[in-house]
Design a protein around this ligand. Structure first.
Ligand code: CA2
Length: 142
């Protein structure tokens, strides 16, 4: 089974700033944790600060990827383009947020991606990515 994990803007800065909010571990530690979880499966990890690059990556998954795990970061709350790309490729998707976006500022409460995602996991830090992958494993009986 092939899984694509997408992280949006500024998540490459994990561990460098705002540790109280996003944790002390860096982006490489997140990738290592996900790689270990996906042992025996095909995995692609992608991070970008650019909306169009994220759209391109979602489009490139069409027909060759079984599941997407995405933390669109700030684009969660603004990007119809990412929502449309996910809808277009039709790949089962789990949305992840490190923080509980329902408990933060008003503008973070709405997620465009949630309109397509089969499941949204929020507020669990890195563990949320592992639960998202478990959801996809269970969906495909792996
Ligand atoms: O809780 C999440 O995972 C978010 O997707 C994180 C986004 C935020 O815009 C969303 O509302 C919720 C922000 C990611 C920024 O990551 C940083 C990491 C280290 C230092 C600064 C920012």
């Amino acid at each position: 089974m092939k899984i694509l994990v997408i992280n949006g803007p500024n998540l490459n800065l994990l561990g460098l700033r705002e540790p109280d909010l996003y944790g002390k571990q860096d982006y490489n530690a997140l990738c290592d944790m996900i790689r270990e979880k996906c042992t025996g499966h095909e995995l692609e990890l992608f991070q970008s600060n650019h909306e169009g690059d994220i759209v391109d990556k979602i489009q490139s998954a069409y027909g060759n990827t079984d599941g997407i795990v995405i933390n669109p970061a700030a684009y969660t709350h603004t990007s119809v383009a990412i929502l449309d790309a996910l809808k277009a490729v039709g790949i089962p998707t789990v949305e992840v947020h490190l923080t509980d976006i329902a408990q933060r500022e008003e503008f973070r409460k709405h997620s465009f991606v949630s309109l397509y995602a089969e499941k949204t996991i929020k507020g669990l830090g890195f563990e949320g990515y592992l639960q998202a992958i478990d959801y996809l494993f269970e969906k495909y009986g792996k």
